[in-house]
Design a protein around this ligand. Structure first.
Ligand code: NAP
Length: 487
């Protein structure tokens, strides 16, 4: 099978930090079809060789083992080409058409990794140049829009010229091995399904914590914020993976139908819950790993009076028969105490206690997304010398855990998220991509938060290197629970 992969934004941050390393890994693993071209597109005047040199120099910034040797890069570089285009100029698309017609590849992937403001124009001009035929697949990066209306406008423009099956809306969390294993755990094993419901689960917590600040992306982040950058897409996709009903089969639409139902079942916001169950914060100067770090408003590119949130904590509920009454907490932020993304499913305590157990200790399933990739099942067990040590009739239990580390079990050289998703696009597999109705529903749910935050007192300050504003802990404490790291 032959393919052309056109990377609009081929010199950008996403291209060199994520996409090129992922394509190289796919090449190294032998999974990239041999007969292919990867065409970087941007406005700089570069030859193919200059583009190859640029990408090679950028690879040097990629960590350790994933860095290609000179020989490896040379082989990979033969796939790389460059096309100078100004995507805002319709005339430039004719040159793209000429380049693609040289080969008429079986599959043409157009990856739109440019500023979201260009998305609609790119899609329209690609179609105007006659490049939207059945061989073409278009990949759209997040955030797709700034709110519900802009998301609808982009999706309407896309759906006018492409069929839904040609559109790959990327959410790279869905490509993470642990998220795929969450699906495998739930729908490939009979063990968890009977207890995966309100009768047995006390609460669910999703944490996506970053220890870094906004780095060099201050200007972008200040227009976006944590709600749009993390909650509307990644966190809500995790909610779907945790909350959805078993799909009737593994086809893309069967999975996406079930995810859509979860989004539709999320409790709508009311003026009361907007006040009590939605906390946002912004980091001030603090300490990260022993070093003083600046506050958000002092970061390059950020408005010194910015009201943009760098932290969000929400409490919601999936209002259906399986989940009614089970609190679902979502928390994400920058400059938090550690880099840690995980889902915790906290089970209810035993109905009658015949053992003594540490206070608050319950069964818990933890799905670790980063930095570690795996599953932990937290249980209570009796230590062997228990009776001799304390001499009580009711034995004391101690927390223990079954730990499945996917890197150790399956090898650390497993397929990464972008690698997996890029290969899926080339193969035409839509399972791990987001359908337009899912995306709209997610925007619809976050929109009341956007509206109410536009006119309130602004985000609460929290010191860099902490777990966010204290209001976040107070919110969960009102239900009698605490965040994982506080237990
Ligand atoms: P970026 O570093 O600003 O790169 C933008 C790219 O688009 C550059 O190659 C730029 O090259 C090109 N470009 C801009 N205007 C153009 C035009 N008129 N014609 C042709 N090329 C043009 O942005 P990024 O961080 O890579 O982000 C790209 C997209 O991915 C955005 O939608 C972003 O939200 C999304 N995303 C990024 C990340 C990330 O980690 N960076 C993560 C998730 C999603 P020239 O200016 O030289 O033309």
């Amino acid at each position: 099978m032959s393919f052309d992969l056109v990377l609009f934004g081929g010199t950008g941050d996403l291209a060199w930090r994520k996409l090129m390393p992922a394509l190289f890994q796919a090449f190294r693993h032998g999974s990239l079809p041999k007969d292919g071209r990867i065409v970087g597109v941007a406005r700089d005047d570069l030859s193919d060789d200059q583009y190859r040199e640029l990408i090679q120099s950028r690879f040097n910034a990629v960590e350790g083992a994933k860095r290609p040797s000179a020989e490896e890069f040379e082989k990979f570089a033969s796939l790389l080409h460059y096309l100078r285009m100004d995507l805002s100029k319709p005339a430039d698309y004719a040159r793209l058409a000429d380049l693609l017609k040289q080969r008429n590849a079986d599959t043409v992937v157009m990856y739109v990794a440019t500023a979201p403001a260009l998305f609609t124009q790119v899609v329209e001009q690609v179609a105007a140049a006659g490049l939207n035929g059945p061989a073409t697949r278009i990949v759209l990066e997040k955030p797709l829009g700034h709110d519900l209306a802009s998301n609808r406008a982009i999706n309407a423009a896309v759906c006018k010229v492409f069929e839904e099956k040609q559109v790959f809306r990327i959410d790279h969390y869905l490509g993470k091995p642990s998220v795929q294993n969450l699906f495998a755990m739930r729908f490939g094993n009979a063990l968890f399904e009977p207890i995966w419901r309100r009768e047995h689960i006390a609460n669910i917590q999703i944490t996506i914590a970053e220890d870094l600040g906004v780095e060099k992306r201050g200007a972008f982040y200040d227009q976006t914020g944590a709600l749009r950058d993390m909650v509307q897409n990644h966190a809500l996709q995790l909610v779907c993976a945790i909350g959805m009903e078993p799909p009737i089969n593994s086809h893309a639409d069967a999975i996406r139908d079930e995810k859509l139902k979860v989004l539709r079942a999320l409790k709508p916001w009311t003026s009361e819950t907007l006040g009590l169950h939605a906390i946002r914060g912004q980091y001030t100067a603090g300490t990260a790993y022993g070093e003083r770090v600046p506050g958000y408003r002092d970061e390059p590119g950020v408005d010194p009076e910015s009201r943009t949130e760098t932290f969000v904590a929400l409490r919601t509920e999936i209002a259906n028969w399986r989940w009614a009454g089970v609190p679902l907490y979502i928390r994400t932020g920058k400059r938090l105490a550690s880099r840690d993304a995980r889902i915790e499913v906290n089970f209810r305590p035993t109905p009658h206690a015949i053992y003594r157990a540490p206070s608050g200790a319950v069964n818990k399933l933890v799905i670790n997304l980063q930095p570690k990739d795996g599953l932990e099942l937290h249980m209570l067990a009796q230590a062997q010398d228990n009776r001799q040590r304390n001499g009580h009739s009711a034995a004391q239990l101690a927390p223990v855990q079954l730990d499945l580390d996917f890197d150790k079990r399956f090898g650390a050289e497993r397929v990464g998220a972008y690698e997996r998703l890029l290969l899926d696009v080339i193969d035409g597999r839509l399972n791990l991509f987001v359908r337009s109705d899912e995306q709209e529903e997610a925007w619809r749910w976050v929109e009341p938060l956007i509206d109410s935050w536009a006119s309130d007192g602004g985000p609460r300050p929290y010191a860099a290197g902490t777990w966010g504003p204290s209001a976040s802990s107070a919110m969960i404490a009102r239900d009698g629970f605490s965040w994982g790291e506080e237990q």
